[in-house]
Ligand binder design. Sequence first.
Ligand code: CA
Length: 220
Amino acid sequence: MRVLLIEDDQILVDRLLPRLQAAGYAVDVTASGQDGTWLGNQENYDLAILDLGLPDAEGLDVLRAWRARGRQMPVLILTGRDSWQEKIQGFSAGADDYLAKPFYSEELLARMQALIRRRYGLLPGSLCLGLLELDENTQEVLIEGRRESLTGQEFRLLRYFMLNPGRILSKNQLIEKIYDTGAEADSNTLEVFIARLRQKIGKEAIQTRRGQGYCLVKPE
Ligand code: CA
């Protein structure tokens, strides 16, 4: 999952970033509303976290600009100004959820998980596909009751596959969802991760579609 964090409070960013990464998100961060508007229009994010008070723009204007361009990713607004009028303004500008500062990162993570589930049309709870079950809290996969731990990259990859079962996902799409911007990413390392995942969940579970990418099929 790839998320955009637009926040100018560096202390908060320093606190949140490792938590988000540990929870398996590839995160792009900017303190600028203008950069954030541009990024949100260019990139395919699964979710954006948007601070309302930014040095060069109002967060709500960033949100309105995305929605005017037809960008549909869920947007969770962060603000220190927790008034009901602002919440209404935020929702009518197209926000999906709202969190007032200060907050616990656990609450942010839980809300993010719920928004992303909803976006993929899934019910809350653990992510299941046939005999595969992904535990997002422990980052382990259960296959026929057998528990396998996953590395951070394997977890990111498998979660994205499980949110898109039966769909062919290109190498670029997968790389985009598992790496932070600027990280060393190439398709050879992706192949290594896929090979390791196959060892854990079964060789046939992830099929290679030559020239197109990979596809997770329901493991029997
Ligand atoms: Ca701010």
